[in-house]
Design a protein around this ligand. Structure first.
Ligand code: GUN
Length: 285
C-alpha cells in the first residue's frame, strides 16, 4: 500500500480551512515566516508554506532579510513579532547564515508562537508527555502512520537519523504510543539487521535509497522523510531514503517521495498555527 501524503495533507488542510471559516471575520490566525539569504531549497519551502497558509485562510507573511543581517537585528525583528497580537505563529527558516547562533535565535521566539516546536520549552514538554508544539515533520509522519495502523502499542519502531528536527521528536511521539523505539544513526553497527526486525521504519538520513528491499519485513510500514537530489538517466530527480520502487508492492505501507512527508509537513505547520492561535486567544481572554 502506498501512503498518500498528498491526499492526507489535503484532508487536514480542508479541516483547518473549515475551522478558520467558522471564526469571526476579523479573527484570523497569523503566521510570519522569516527567510534569510538565498538558500535555494529554503526559497521553495517558504513559497509553498506561504501558498498553502493563504489557501486555508491564515494571514501569512514572509519577512525576507539579507544574508548580512546581524544576530541582534534578527532578535529585534523576532521580538517585534512576539509582541504583535496579530501574529500567532513565527517560523525562522533554517539553515541560518554561519554568523548567527541558531540556538539563541530559536530561544528568542515566544514558545507559544513557536510553530516549529524547536524551542527548548516545547522540546521539554514533548519529552515529558505534556501538551507541546510538536515539530511539523515528525507530526506529519505520525499522522501518516496512524492512517495505516490504529494501535501502535508494542510495535518495534526504528527511527533512522537522530536530528532535532525529526529523529528525536519522532521518537517521543512513538514512545507516547507505547512503541519500542530504536534510534539508529551514522555510528550504529548493523543498521540492516535492526531494520529487518522493525514493524515501523521512519527514515530521515538524507542518503538516497539507503533502506533497501531486503532490509524490511513484508508487514513493515515505512515512512520516507528523505529529500535527495540525484541524477537518473541524465535527469535531475528527487528521491527519498527508501528504495520505493522495489519495496512498494510488498510491504504493508510505504510513503513516496515526492508526495509523502513533504505536503504533510506543511499541513502540520498550518495545524500548529491554528493551535497557537487558539492557545493565545484563550490566554488573552
Ligand atoms: N529547514 C528544513 N526543515 C525545516 C523546518 O521544519 N523548519 C524550519 N524552520 N526550517 C527548516
Amino acid at each position: 500500500m502506498i501512503i498518500d501524503g498528498k491526499k492526507i495533507a489535503e484532508e487536514l488542510r480542508d479541516k483547518i480551512k473549515k475551522d478558520i471559516k467558522e471564526l469571526a471575520i476579523d479573527k484570523r490566525p497569523g503566521l510570519t515566516v522569516i527567510l534569510i539569504g538565498e538558500h535555494p531549497a529554503s526559497q521553495i519551502y517558504v513559497k509553498n508554506k506561504e501558498k498553502f497558509a493563504k489557501e486555508v485562510g491564515i494571514n501569512s507573511n514572509v519577512l525576507k532579510f539579507n544574508e548580512s543581517i546581524s544576530e541582534s537585528e534578527l532578535k529585534k525583528e523576532i521580538n517585534k513579532l512576539n509582541n504583535n497580537s496579530a501574529v500567532h505563529g513565527i517560523l525562522v527558516q533554517l539553515p541560518l547564515p554561519e554568523h548567527i547562533n541558531q540556538k539563541d535565535i530559536i530561544e528568542t521566539i515566544n514558545p507559544d508562537k513557536d510553530v516549529d516546536g524547536f524551542h527548548p520549552i516545547n522540546v521539554g514538554n514533548l519529552s515529558s508527555g505534556n501538551d507541546a508544539m510538536v515539530p511539523c515533520t515528525p507530526l506529519g509522519c505520525y499522522y501518516m502512520i496512524k492512517k495505516v495502523i490504529k494501535d501502535l502499542s508494542g510495535l518495534n519502531a526504528v527511527v533512522v537519523g537522530r536530528s532535532n528536527i525529526n529523529g528525536k521528536p519522532m521518537t517521543q511521539l512513538l514512545l507516547r504510543e507505547n512503541c519500542t523505539v530504536t534510534i539508529v544513526h551514522s555510528k550504529t553497527k548493523n543498521i540492516e539487521k535492526i531494520c529487518k526486525n522493525a514493524d515501523l521504519i521512519i527514515a530521515a538520513v538524507g542518503k538516497a535509497h539507503m533502506i533497501q528491499n531486503d532490509w524490511v519485513k513484508d508487514t513493515a510500514v515505512i515512512i520516507d522523510v528523505g529529500i535527495n537530489r540525484v541524477k537518473i538517466d541524465g535527469k535531475n530527480k528527487i528521491v527519498g531514503d527508501v528504495d520505493f520502487q522495489n519495496i512498494k508492492d510488498r510491504v504493508k505501507g510505504v510513503s513516496p517521495v515526492p508526495g509523502g512527508v513533504g505536503p504533510m509537513t506543511i499541513a502540520c505547520l498550518l495545524e500548529n498555527t491554528m493551535k497557537a492561535f487558539k492557545k493565545i486567544s484563550v490566554k488573552n481572554n
